[in-house]
Design a protein around this ligand. Structure first.
Ligand code: MEZ
Length: 593
């Protein structure tokens, strides 16, 4: 092994290569050992001949993997078997997000899903917690500068980064996870917006005022009205902006708590998040925005006047370094995947599953609070009624929006399926086994493409008749048949006398019949950093903190006590644009609106 000129490269490579030697001396079968056994030496992946630099995003090493094994597309074409991890909703991700040469590998999917899916050199089983990056020794010389630093590469972060970049700012976008996308990548149902061209084309009558009213009502009027106005007023513009970047969100569905169809999603009803994230990733890449994964911010730096002036970062290979910036935008998400924090604020939710990606641990909130930001509404935690039982997989509200119903283990309906999430969750938790079955038919399946994913994941039970379905679910057949007949009559009469469901777009008459067992799970944390309508983080004295912006789930106030489905993606894009634009304005006065 040759030595390398630059110390950073050397340090990074040593971090990778030393465990290689240790592993080879031992008995384990890590990927490095498996390669070595095939006469593939260290230099093939890390060698100086290929001029590989070890950055925190591990670009060079990933190119080495791709060079021999092919791209994700090639790998997925070759893969056999029912579940194919190389072809997933995560899109283009680093090979090293799952495959690790010198530590035990861990399929990234196993952090949310429970499959028997070992990969070479892996540990099996689920690991729902995030292992924080170990802080390394600071190299004081490692100081960089940027105009705007964005913390967290979900939809809000990528939107803020693109907007700030387009306004002329030099942007660095930091993500602690090995992949970008955050929770936004898992967003299923859609993006709420009022008075859009897509609604008009479908003859849907909606208004900014109605979206405002629905959102306030859904949030039990605990929302900050000024922020809700901004959300509703800018929603159509945000749909247009995403469309201009190449997104397809032209299909319009309806979510619980909305008075009309205003939830925008890809044609045919595919999941919104994976699509939007792939569009934002492509736009960020086209603009050559500096995105660094495996890069956790450990401190937001302030000057002696309390003005935010940069961040300290802990890169997985690079260790601690500083980025000085004129503005910092915090878009690090909520804390639904942090069971201790959830139980601290809401002891009654202890031990509940979550629909969130493993990085949603709330460390961004802690960073913001340490930098002087005021936290609000921290106890307002949303439980989503329909997470597939025994998993972390959200069964989107859009399935109910398109006509599915909920029944209990006795075969009876028990709630208006389109009521707000808090009420639907409470109703499910009051049923036998604290779970319910979501029932739909072939007609509903065909109306929403993302339902196919639930079949792919083996979450669905089915019957050619209701009798067969009842047997599969072990519910009384007569009761199930009577429930469906009563419901179908209500659909025909456009009147749900039993539960006052406001919209029943489809009767359940087209075989086959399907069911997914669902349980409530922690889905969204409404509380967070207080911001103003310019997305500036507010201090406890009621004044904005200079140079400090925030957007998305890390903030509190937009959703009050309960968020309406579809308002989250809407919030990330609208406030991400505002934060990015205003952050850039600190650098370049001609920032876009
Ligand atoms: O906004 C959401 O949380 C949402 C639409 C979830 C879903 O059920 O799909």
């Amino acid at each position: 092994m040759k030595t390398f000129g630059r110390s950073i490269v050397l340090l990074g490579l040593l971090a990778i290569l030393l465990p290689c030697v240790t592993a080879l001396a031992g008995e384990s079968a890590l990927l490095a050992d498996l390669h070595k056994a095939k006469q593939i030496g260290c230099a093939e992946c890390h060698g100086s001949a290929k001029k590989i630099t070890v950055d925190d995003s591990e670009k060079g090493v990933n190119l080495s993997c791709i060079g021999c094994h092919g791209t994700l597309d090639t790998m997925s074409a070759k893969a056999k078997g029912h579940i194919n991890p190389h072809k997933s909703h995560l899109g283009e991700i680093n090979c090293t997000a799952c495959h690790s040469g010198h530590n035990s590998s861990q399929a990234y999917c196993l952090k949310c899903h429970s499959y028997d899916m070992p990969i070479p050199g892996s540990v099996s089983g689920t690991v729902p917690t995030v292992v924080p990056l170990k802080a390394k020794k600071r190299d004081k010389k490692q100081v960089e500068t940027a105009d705007v630093v964005v913390i967290g590469a979900g939809a809000a972060g990528m939107t803020a980064a693109i907007t700030a970049h387009d306004a002329g700012a030099k942007v660095i976008l930091l993500e602690k996870q090995p992949i970008t996308g955050g929770n936004s990548m898992l967003a299923a149902g859609g993006m709420n917006a009022a008075e859009t061209t897509f609604q008009s084309a479908k003859g849907i009558k909606d208004s900014v005022e109605l979206m405002y009213q629905d959102t306030m009502k859904g949030g039990k009027n605990m929302n900050d009205p000024a922020l809700v106005r901004i959300l509703a007023q800018n929603s159509a513009g945000s749909v247009a902006w995403l469309t201009s970047l190449g997104a397809d969100i032209s299909d319009v569905g309806r979510m619980a708590g909305a008075s009309v169809y205003r939830t925008h999603r890809p044609t045919g009803g595919n999941a919104v998040g994976a699509h939007i994230v792939s569009v934002l990733r492509k736009n960020a890449a086209d603009r050559k925005i500096d995105i660094r994964v495996n890069s956790a911010v450990v401190k937001i730096i302030e000057d002696n006047k309390g003005r935010v002036t940069g961040v300290e970062v802990n890169g997985i290979h690079r260790g601690l370094y500083t980025i000085k910036a004129k503005a910092v935008v915090l878009t690090a998400g909520g804390f639904s995947a942090n069971p201790e924090k959830v139980a601290y604020y809401r002891p009654e939710f202890k031990g509940m599953t979550t629909s969130n990606q493993p990085g949603a641990t709330g460390d961004g909130l802690d960073l913001g609070a340490k930098a002087g930001g005021e936290l609000k509404d921290m106890k307002e935690i949303q439980i989503h009624p329909t997470v597939a039982a025994g998993s972390r997989i959200l069964i989107t509200e859009a399935v109910r929006g398109n006509g599915a119903i909920l029944i209990n283990h006795e075969g009876k309906r028990f709630v208006n399926e389109l009521t707000t999430r808090d009420k639907a969750s409470e109703a499910i938790l009051n049923q036998t086994g604290k779970s319910a079955y979501m029932i739909f038919d072939e007609g509903i399946r065909k109306s929403l493409k993302q339902i196919d994913g639930y079949f792919h994941l083996d979450l669905v039970k089915e019957g050619a008749t209701l009798k067969e379905l009842a047997a599969a679910l072990k519910v009384p057949v007569d009761t199930l048949e009577a429930t469906i007949e009563t419901y179908n009559k209500a659909v025909d009469a456009k009147d749900d006398a039993e539960f006052k469901r406001p919209d029943m777009p489809r009767a359940l008459r087209t075989a086959k019949y399907y069911a997914i067992e669902v349980k409530p799970g922690v889905h969204y944390t409404m509380g967070g950093l207080r911001i103003n309508t310019s997305s500036q983080v507010m201090a406890k004295d009621g004044k904005p903190i200079a140079g400090f912006f925030a957007a998305g789930e890390v903030t509190g106030g937009v959703h009050g006590a309960n968020r309406l489905g579809g308002n989250s993606i809407s919030e990330t894009i609208t406030f991400g644009r505002i934060a990015g634009s205003n952050a850039a304005q600190l650098v370049k006065p001609k920032a876009v609106k």
